[in-house]
Design a protein around this ligand. Structure first.
Ligand SMILES: [Zn+2]
Ligand SMILES: [Zn+2]
Length: 135
């Protein structure tokens, strides 16, 4: 029975990461699953995420804030991140894939992966900055 529970938790953690809302920290995964698995411990989430990362199921990303976040690996993606409210927007296309091919050809490198994240302020935060009385 413990094994089944374990398998369901693993599946649920992966599910949260592949829902496409961008990279999630262990804490975010933990709170997303808290209703469904009230007995799930944060340490268990951490342990599973580390194992997934070793198994190549998820990729670890570390942004400017120093928090480690995890993305399901089939979700290759790039993000625009608002440095004020932490809103994340996923780019529709990978702007680097052509460049990667070209670079591989020019340099002889076999390129396995890349990362690209853009930081700035979202329109809502910019508007708030101009007029702080608005929420
Ligand atoms: Zn913002
Ligand atoms: Zn890319």
């Amino acid at each position: 029975m413990a094994e089944l529970k374990h398998t369901r938790q693993r599946a649920a953690i992966l599910q949260v990461l592949s829902e496409g809302e961008g990279p999630r920290s262990a804490e975010e995964v933990f709170s997303a699953l808290h209703d469904e698995f009230p007995n799930l411990a944060l340490s268990t989430v951490y342990r599973n995420l580390e194992r997934f990362s070793q198994e190549g199921l998820v990729r670890k990303e570390s942004f400017n804030d120093g928090v480690i976040r995890y993305t399901a690996t089939q979700e290759h993606g790039h993000y625009l991140i608002c440095t004020v409210c932490d809103k994340k927007i996923r780019l529709e296309h990978c702007p680097l894939s052509d460049m990667e091919k070209e670079l591989a050809r020019d340099t002889g490198f076999e390129i396995d992966s890349h990362s690209l994240t853009l930081y700035g302020k979202c329109p809502a935060c910019l508007a708030h900055e101009k007029d702080p009385r608005k929420p």
